[in-house]
Design a protein around this ligand. Sequence first.
Ligand code: SF4
Length: 382
Amino acid sequence: MKYEKRLEGDDIVFILHGLIEVRIPKKFYEKCRERYGEEGTISFCPYKSIYNAITKRRLYYISKESNVPLIGHNAFGIIDRGTNLLQVRPITGCNLNCIFCSVDEGISRTRITDYIVDLDYILEEFEKIVEYKRKYCESIEAHIDGQGEPFLYPWIEKLIKSLSEMADIVSIQTNGSVLTKKMIRKLDGYLDRINLSIHSLDERKAKLLVGKKDYDLHHIMEIAKEISSSNIDLLLAPVWVPGYNDDDIQEIIEFGKIIGAGKKWKAFGIQKFVKYRFGRIPKGVKKMDFRTFFKKLEEMDKSLILSREDFGMVKCKELPKKFRVGERVKLKLEMHGRIKGEMIAIARERVIQVVDTNKKLGDYVNARITRNKDNIYVAKEI
Ligand code: SF4
């Protein structure tokens, strides 16, 4: 096990893989170490608290033994939206702090909890879902994404390589900041496409948009070139934030064309900034409706307008739903939710987000299911 150890106040702090922070009060650490040894203490000491070392939020480690299903939440696990593409979400938490982030990641006002899923567990569950989906569609894509940066997942290389044995296509979204040329070379032959977010080629603007003064745009551009020169396809995915990077989109397109993005699929996935209830809204962002957005894309280049077919996505029977919308359920609150006022319950092999609640862990609530779309479950107390 790779870890660093240090003393912080009255706590012994272990940092595993640069990401998982395990804190144990010194007085309990001594007792645990006598009993379990140093490494055993990290795993078994019952007095530990776990945090995400990057976001500093409480972190749940979700393993098979935790009995937390991997279907039902939109922040972690596996999402099946009724197509041949399965979203694989092994981790939450981001090292950037984009001023437009739809999930308020990085330094956050709203997020209070992070999740990380055990490698073997997510692979085992993925295999079962693929077995089901293969009865209804031929080609399966595993798309690693999530509310955060997937390359912060300590076992990302193994995850990608193992997924490539089960799925026909493996793709991933990344902000590129922790991705290295060495890692790209290791993933060549296993990973089919990288969707790389890059929002400006102007260093000052790029730093402003990602909310980090030490953001290294040069590194991201080098990473883009390295991907293009490998067998992995590159899709550049800028978010167009009207009033901020209007002139930059064309420059990103030119850059992508020069380096040879989009060898197999489309080279660009330009997204329009959209306001979300719990997302960040940049100061002074200009309004742009979708009609104008698509018109502007068309004026630049018709091929910038994407469709599901561009990525080989087809409908494919979804996993059976376990709850009806409107159904009354009695639920036990088992974990803290992603944001304040949200808790997570477990029932019928699904996780359910119970929203707008002030109940505590271990409490039971009478609730009504308000969402079951894509097997993502939300319930409200009644
Ligand atoms: S890289 Fe993505 S997840 Fe991270 S802060 Fe930016 S938009 Fe949010």
